[in-house]
Design a binder for this molecule. Structure first.
Ligand code: BGC
Length: 370
């Protein structure tokens, strides 16, 4: 049986049991508090990025099939909109809120209202900071994502064999996204020794003396267009007189898409001078670029497994069981260390697209032109 099918079978029964308890006189923990199945609120950041559409749809589907009621909301990357949506959900007395935040530091007051109603909160993919009112965190290992990107660059360039110097342009994610710091740190811990030794040089002169400087190369809102214009600026200003970009550290696919467009418009050619370019998410447009040689890799996070894990945690909360976590050290939100479940990300390169992404049905062959 596939993992998700097994999971559904297991907690489908549990949800039914919860509903039945809800109909009787004595109410146990996990009871919805009324006669229907428990309500689960799901708050996602935006529809504009492919991954969040997939994440929301998968989790919603899983919870509905297990017998829960759901309220799935997307917030157009606007913090105020997400807060209003959460407030509306709280008014409907959900048992659990699953939240992929936009600004992880902006939800304290609204989550205090959730806590007053004993609503449990799971931070989904992105940690929620500076509040005690977040109960669990489920994510992929964000530091590892960056580490995989850094190690890929070291290997492909042959830095350990003494090759170089190479021209590197580093990018980071949105400064308001807690994950972006982890992605950058993972990569920079691997790459900075080569910057110090001079094997990697940064012609644009971005000063990254420590991991803490990551915001200076961050792209607001993770937008492709902003990444594209930043890359345009760097190429126009610092790559004159035949100087070429050899490698670009891009933390995710939406940035990599804009960077690839900039390289295209500056006449870089695959097979000739196209630089190494990293990414994350395995978005359809980026898988196509990987196949076309315009992106060297993507870090794949099979978001279905994150949905499976979160659905399981929701079920454990509702049944009053111990909630499964595997990390109680890494994610300090400024007020407490949030018990976390970390999933492993993995690299996908061109000749693995079929075996890893198509065969697992993460994407269909026709969508990516295979
Ligand atoms: C997620 C990435 C995503 C990025 C932009 C991050 O928090 O972990 O998978 O690419 O946000 O949406």
């Amino acid at each position: 049986m596939r993992r998700s099918t097994r999971l559904l079978a297991a907690f489908g029964v549990a949800a039914l049991a919860t509903t039945m308890v809800g109909c009787s006189d004595s109410r146990s923990e996990g009871d919805s508090g009324d006669d229907g199945p428990a309500l689960i609120g799901i708050a996602m950041p935006t529809r504009s990025l492919e991954r969040w559409n997939n994440d929301g749809a998968h989790l919603d589907d899983l919870l509905k099939k297990a017998g829960y009621k759901t309220s799935l909301q997307y917030a157009d990357n606007k913090v105020d909109q997400q807060i209003t949506q959460l407030q509306n959900m709280i008014n409907q007395n959900p048992k659990v809120l699953v939240i992929a935040s936009i600004d992880g530091t902006a939800l304290g007051p609204v989550l205090q209202k959730a806590a007053e109603k004993k609503i449990k909160v799971i931070a989904y993919d992105r940690l929620i900071n500076e509040t005690k009112d977040v109960d669990y965190y489920a994510t992929f290992d964000n530091y590892k994502v960056g580490q995989l990107q850094g190690e890929f660059i070291v290997k492909q360039l042959g830095l350990d064999q003494g090759k170089g110097p190479f021209n590197l342009e580093p990018f980071a994610g949105s400064p308001d996204d807690n994950n972006a710091k982890f992605f950058f740190s993972g990569a920079w811990d691997v790459l900075s020794p080569y910057v110090k030794s001079g094997k990697l040089v940064i012609p644009s002169g971005k000063k990254l003396n420590s991991n803490e400087d990551w915001k200076s190369v961050g792209i607001d809102g993770w937008t492709s267009t902003k990444a594209q214009s930043e890359m345009d600026n760097r190429i126009n200003s610092y790559y004159t007189g035949g100087k070429k970009v050899d490698v670009v550290l891009s933390p995710n696919d939406s940035l990599a898409l804009g960077i690839a467009q900039s390289l295209d418009s500056h006449s870089y050619k695959v097979g000739q001078d196209w630089p190494l370019l990293t990414g994350q998410d395995a978005d359809v447009a980026n898988i196509k670029n990987v196949l076309a040689g315009k992106q060297s890799m993507t870090v794949w996070k099979d978001t279905r497994t994150l949905g499976d894990q979160v659905a399981k945690m929701v079920d454990q909360i509702i049944k009053g069981e111990t909630v499964e976590v595997n990390d109680t050290k890494s994610y300090d939100n400024g007020v407490k260390v949030v018990p976390s479940y970390l999933l492993p990300p993995e690299v996908v390169v061109k000749d693995e697209v079929k075996t890893k992404l198509v065969d697992s049905k993460f994407v269909t062959a026709d969508k990516i032109g295979l």
